[in-house]
Design a protein around this ligand. Structure first.
Ligand SMILES: [Zn+2]
Length: 278
């Protein structure tokens, strides 16, 4: 998407309590907000002298399908864009399968409200009885305009409402982004592109409000960098990767996230695919 290079990505099983680990250029980088080193237009993780960009759509698919532990190996420094959505990641993970691991599943419960803001935009987390409730609102100039969507995140709602929503951008921003070394791989096959009047992609929109759905997909991916599923309610207005990551950091630093075992010990940790061969 941003680097404009070809890359191969492999998801592999790993043990319980490992989390999601990116293996790139001989380095292992933990999928955790504390490893985020850039959040403009995409979320980039760094560590061990290496970095991996645009992790959010893959992280969203892993989180929504309930995968707690997996090894993500890449031969480049950016997760492939595919069609700009999380649809192909969902299919690949479902094809590989998800197995329960012999360990209790961890979760992070929001125990007090926390809010961060940046200009007109803000994001907040508050408590909820169970699950993760999402409420996202965006406000762009026409033709995107104001869009708002609220839903309870489940594997099913993610698959049906969010997974297919593509990254979007504006034709008028393209040259400036290219000069900044961003969006170098963006094209009409992986990005919904708007001119002053409408989407210019040959097949148009997948959803009338595809943009807010994609923003929510990004939220799911960024919140997955908490390190465990969050039990709470998320809300944002004119948010983005920077605010999402700042919110996680503020929540962790202010003690707003309390670790617990999901479902009072009933749930099991999960990993992608079959267990490693002996
Ligand atoms: Zn995105």
């Amino acid at each position: 998407m941003h680097g404009g290079r070809c890359v191969n990505l492999t998801l592999a099983p790993c043990g319980a309590d490992v989390g999601i680990i990116f293996s790139v250029a001989g380095a292992e980088i933990e999928a955790h907000w504390s490893c985020v080193d850039a959040s403009k237009l995409r979320t980039r993780l760094a560590g061990d002298g290496a970095s991996v960009s645009t992790v959010e759509h893959l992280m969203a698919a892993l989180a929504a399908l309930g995968v707690d532990n997996a090894l993500v190996a890449l031969d480049g420094d950016e997760v492939p864009a595919l069609d700009g959505s999380a649809r192909d990641f969902v299919s690949a993970i479902e094809e590989a399968g998800v197995v329960a691991l012999p360990a209790p599943r961890r979760a992070l419960r929001v125990i007090k409200s926390v809010r961060v803001s940046d200009g007109a935009g803000w994001a907040e987390l508050s408590s909820a009885d169970a699950g993760l409730h999402l409420d996202v609102e965006i406000a762009f100039p026409a033709p995107v305009g104001r869009q708002r969507l609220a839903l309870d995140l489940t594997t099913e709602t993610f698959r049906r409402e969010l997974a297919g929503a593509r990254s979007f951008g504006f034709l008028r921003d393209a040259e400036r982004l290219w000069r900044e070394g961003l969006a170098l791989g963006a094209n009409l096959d992986n990005t919904l592109v708007f001119d002053e009047r409408a989407a210019i992609n040959p097949h148009g929109l997948r959803f009338a409000d595809e943009c807010v759905r994609h923003k929510m997909l990004d939220v799911v991916g960024d919140l997955a960098l908490a390190g465990a599923p969050i039990i709470g309610a998320f809300r944002s207005y004119r948010g983005g990767h920077g605010l999402n990551i700042a919110l996680l950091e503020a929540a962790a630093r202010s003690g707003a996230l309390a670790p617990e075992f999901d479902g009072a010990g009933k749930g099991s940790a999960t990993g992608v695919g079959r267990s490693p061969s002996p």
